[in-house]
Design a protein around this ligand. Structure first.
Ligand code: 76R
Length: 281
């Protein structure tokens, strides 16, 4: 989907089906050092050149972003995050990335497929207009109210566009983990009514916004695509900020009662030549 195409109307229903987002693949590999060591220097250079050229090709494809990471701890050595509009293209790039260094050099350890999506819980124009009339004394139908609403529409248009077609930051610390909302006998997120979920999420977002400038977050939906319901991707300038936000949010009512977490992956975003040296290629 072209980032400049019209966006779906998030006010259409209380359960926005995220039809038009990008596909997102998180790919984590081990480097088979024993296999790599069998190659001559010339073969190694060729293999690295092949991967570097592929990374260039992917990065110059429209509506596509590719991030490269040196992963921290032996859980994984090398990581990619690929965002692209078309699933065939995502699939093609992903297969070629896995093979680029030659057979049996990269072995997959974890991967995750999700899509960018609009939030179900963003403020609607009706809610915003209601707040202005009730709390700030704007007269219904007035030119002043209309001007505020026009501003709101522009803001939401940009906000929704950024969610569907995000621009990933080049911040050094990267954290990925999958999440689901609990569906237990006592605490079942999917059995709450929309208003309750919206209120809980508003509290969550308030905490989140206190991390502006320190944390960039991308929540991507994976219901029906992968094992968990969302992928959480965080970027920061240091690991302390990641630890702090995840710790604080666990005390959020919504996370405390309803969040389940998968495995965490931490990586460092590095330019390719530095990355090759770091991971021993
Ligand atoms: O969409 C927005 O950016 C604003 C409101 C918002 C939504 C709808 C928001 C804000 N999040 C939303 C949805 Mn979030 N988020 C997480 C984690 O939950 C945990 O305990 C840890 C994992 C972090 C660290 C985080 C950070 N968020 C979600 C959802 C989907 C739920 C659903 O739709 O039912 C999940 C799984 C989730 C999890 N969140 C923010 C943040 C931060 C930093 C913000 C503020 C962003 C900003 O305003 O710039």
């Amino acid at each position: 989907m072209n980032p400049s195409a019209p966006l779906p109307d998030p006010n259409e229903s209380d359960r926005v089906v995220p039809r038009e987002g990008w596909h997102v693949l998180h790919l984590f590999y081990h480097i088979e050092q024993s296999q790599w060591a069998l190659h001559t220097d010339e073969e190694k250079l060729e293999a690295k050149t092949r991967l570097a050229e592929l990374v260039q090709e992917i990065r110059s494809t429209p509506s596509t972003q590719l991030l490269t990471f040196s992963m921290v701890s032996p859980k994984s050595d090398l990581g990619f995050m690929l965002l692209t509009d078309d699933l065939h293209q995502a699939n093609d790039f992903e297969k070629r990335l896995s093979r680029a260094l030659g057979p049996d050099i990269l072995s997959p350890v974890y991967s995750y497929l999700s899509m960018t999506e609009l939030s179900e819980y963003t403020t609607t124009e009706e809610q915003y207009a209601g707040d202005l009339v009730r709390d700030e004394g704007f007269a219904p139908g007035s030119a002043e109210l209309e001007a505020k609403l026009e501003e709101f529409r522009k803001r939401m248009e940009k906000y929704n566009r950024d969610r569907l077609y995000p621009n990933m930051p080049d911040w050094p610390v990267f954290c990925f983990y999958p999440m689901s909302k609990r569906r237990g006998a006592e605490h079942n997120w999917f059995h709450l009514d929309f208003e309750t979920r919206r209120k809980l999420m508003a509290g969550h977002a308030r905490v989140g916004r206190t991390y502006a400038g320190r944390i960039r977050q991308l929540i991507t939906g994976s219901t029906g695509l992968d094992e968990w319901e969302w992928g959480v991707t965080l970027f920061s300038h240091n690991t302390q900020d990641i630890k702090e936000i995840v710790y604080e949010m666990r005390f959020d009512e919504v996370s405390a009662l309803y969040a389940e977490f998968g495995d965490f992956y931490i990586g460092l975003q590095l330019p390719l030549d530095e990355l090759f040296r770091r991971v021993g290629l």
